[in-house]
Design a protein around this ligand. Structure first.
Ligand SMILES: Nc1ncnc2c1ncn2[C@@H]1O[C@H](COP(=O)(O)OP(=O)(O)OP(=O)(O)O)[C@@H](O)[C@H]1O
Ligand SMILES: [Mg+2]
Length: 253
């Protein structure tokens, strides 16, 4: 029998590097790990490389160097096996506009091989992500961005994968929904999920994450645990890292 320690790393970036076809070095030898029962929040300015990192885990793109691993599986060697262990919510959730929320959940659950969910299970998960009951039977084309995002999160939960990737999950949510979403992340962590999220929301990242990473121009310029950041002003730390990096850039010009 395989012995699994509770801090087993489910998501690992190992010298992960991506140079796009046009020569843009989007990710430069990035290393981090997210264990089961942990939330890793990745901060960084526009174009820092956050989405590129997530897309490498999903094997939407292949690394130029290094590798991304999901539960030990190298994503570009065995993408199908890796994807089985991943749930993903993109920044702009793409679902079927002519299907209702319930129909979208049923469609995507079946696509993922789950035929065992009842209508009550769909209803419960939609309530869990904060989608009001009157919207469950409505077509998605009439939904706001935040409502679509909630459906995407519900589908990710139904997949029940050990690792969850979230690209700016709170970007379309109103303040109350964003607050509730943090509670939801906390409960998913309690179930032992490994969660990697990109976000521009420093304050929520600070509230919920076990580890915070700051990306700048493809490099992971800071990585600190929640304990290590206790008592510090994360916004100030963020600005200092950005400024420090820019100073170094200027020096080398
Ligand atoms: N398909 C692509 N082809 C070429 N360059 C790309 C491609 N996708 C992203 N890039 C470049 O890679 C870099 C990192 O982009 P990425 O989308 O990963 O940033 P991000 O941190 O997610 O930014 P944001 O906060 O705006 O979402 C940027 O310089 C971007 O221009
Ligand atoms: Mg992005």
């Amino acid at each position: 029998m395989e012995l699994q320690s509770p801090s087993r790393a489910l998501l690992e970036a190992d010298n992960l590097t991506k140079r796009y076809e046009d020569g843009q070095l989007a990710l430069d030898h990035v290393n981090f790990a997210v264990a089961a029962g942990e939330i890793y929040a990745m901060l960084g300015g526009n174009g820092a490389g956050k989405t590129t990192t997530i897309n490498l885990f999903l094997n939407f793109i292949e690394p130029t160097e290094g590798e991304a691993r999901v539960d030990g599986i190298v994503t570009h060697r065995d993408p199908l096996a890796a994807k089985k262990k991943l749930a993903y919510v993109s920044e702009n959730v793409m679902l079927y506009p002519n299907f209702t929320a319930l129909q979208n959940l049923d469609f995507f659950a079946r696509l993922g091989g789950r035929t065992d969910y009842s209508k009550d299970a769909y209803r419960d998960v939609l309530l869990r992500v904060g989608l009001q009951e009157e919207a469950h039977g409505r077509r998605l084309k009439g939904f706001s961005k935040g409502m679509r995002q909630k459906c995407g999160i519900a589908i990710a939960i139904l997949k029940d994968a050990p690792a969850i990737l979230l690209d700016e999950p709170t970007s379309g949510l109103d303040p109350k929904a964003a607050y509730e979403f943090i509670g939801l992340l906390d409960s998913l962590r309690g179930e032992g999920k490994a969660i990697l999220m990109s976000t521009h929301d420093i304050f929520r990242a600070r509230d919920v994450a076990n580890t915070i990473g700051i990306m700048n121009q493809g490099k992971l310029v800071m990585q600190r645990s929640k304990q290590d950041l206790a008592g510090e002003d994360l916004e100030k730390v963020y600005v200092e890292y950005m400024a420090g990096y820019m100073d170094r850039e200027t020096e080398t010009v």
